[in-house]
Design a protein around this ligand. Sequence first.
Ligand SMILES: Cc1cc2nc3c(=O)[nH]c(=O)nc-3n(C[C@H](O)[C@H](O)[C@H](O)COP(=O)(O)OP(=O)(O)OC[C@H]3O[C@@H](n4cnc5c(N)ncnc54)[C@H](O)[C@@H]3O)c2cc1C
Length: 417
Amino acid sequence: LSYDCVVIGAGLAGMTAAVRLASGGSRCAVVASGMGALYLGGAAIDVLGYAPHLVENPASELPDFCAKHPEHPYARTSIADVSHSLDWLKSQTGDGWIGTLDTNMLLPTGVGAAKPSALVPKSMAAGDLRTAHRIVLVGISCLKDFYPRLAAGNLETRSGIETRTIEVDVRPSRDAEISSLRYARALDDPEFRKQLMAALEGKVESDEAVGFPAVLGLRDARTVWLELQDALGAPVFEIPTLPPSIPGIRLFAQLKNALRTSGGRLILNATVVGAEASGSQVRTVLTESSGRGTALATQSVVLATGGVGSGGIAMDSRWRLSEPALGLPVAGGETIREERFKPDYFADHPIATAGIDTDEHLRPIDSHGTVIYENVFVAGGSLAGARPWHEKSGNGISLATGWSAAQRIMERAGEWN
Ligand SMILES: Cc1cc2nc3c(=O)[nH]c(=O)nc-3n(C[C@H](O)[C@H](O)[C@H](O)COP(=O)(O)OP(=O)(O)OC[C@H]3O[C@@H](n4cnc5c(N)ncnc54)[C@H](O)[C@@H]3O)c2cc1C
């Protein structure tokens, strides 16, 4: 088994790099032990929400932000590349996403907070709190992953926007509780959609934007969203629910289809347990699946295994950090043992910024700044230097660095033969 590139990890960073490489003609395989955070998170691309003040225009704030944080992943990509990566994602989703690097929308979360996002599915955009006047949130009584009254109360208190709720009892089966995934699948059926629309007839007032939990279809989401807007005569928007994330699952499906259409391969349930190198180049990636080992020969590697939550960075019982796939050194974990507990849940913690340090081309470096492998590029949550939860930058970093890793590999095509 021989590839031009092996991408380790099937989150947003890995899938972005892989789709770009495969559609550029590379023989590319994605190897992943499981699904990435797209299955959990809201899928919106938050590039830079706080710095630490609320950021309205990421494009104008990023130069100063990168100058103040030279260790940050955005300082390893150009701002033009961050912008290209957003355009690229828009092109992958047909006409389905909206946004630019010049503006952050302010979108309601499932608990009614306002989250700054640069690029979002169009089905979320009408919830932009900068422009919404009055909001009605639709609760679905059997749906266990969304709490409209909690969200409405917080939205009104924090954003000052008049918000009310409607509750409907339209269910695809007699079960007392239905998951987001099941409801989204049910709404792909036009007959079931008609039941939901009938239950809402006459309940929406003029000037209201109508917020639904993000379950408006799985395969045919655009049709579901457009039909609901038509039927209600009002702008309709989706709000992320508790995991699993239907918008994230939709995006993963689009990227997976794009990968396969371009001839790329997706190998799931396979864990990378090591690599063989010749000099400063990784030549073979070693995987394990159901106790069976496989060696994948490759010209280049993208390491996109995520952070601590995804197993990309591991921690042992002595609070020592390691990178299990390629055995790269982890930077920034030196003080974790001393600083392990903080009184405030969201306090700055060294675990947030710990990760793989790279040169300006996203290649891993050691503590002296020497490149460890010339043909390995690191992307996404594995990178050192970011505080994604504080900055609201998680998916933005993954998209931009996944895009840039592919770019660097394409620029060097042929160098590693
Ligand atoms: C609940 C939740 C909500 C979020 N909401 C938002 C949001 O609204 N906006 C935003 O911008 N960000 C959000 N984020 C953060 C964002 O999702 C992540 O920062 C980003 O998706 C990370 O992407 P990634 O591709 O780097 O890694 P991940 O998505 O974590 O993917 C890592 C991949 O690597 C694989 N892997 C790990 N180790 C190995 C190995 N040894 N061998 C093979 N495969 C391996 C994993 O199985 C997985 O496929 C959220 C995250 C979570 C968890």
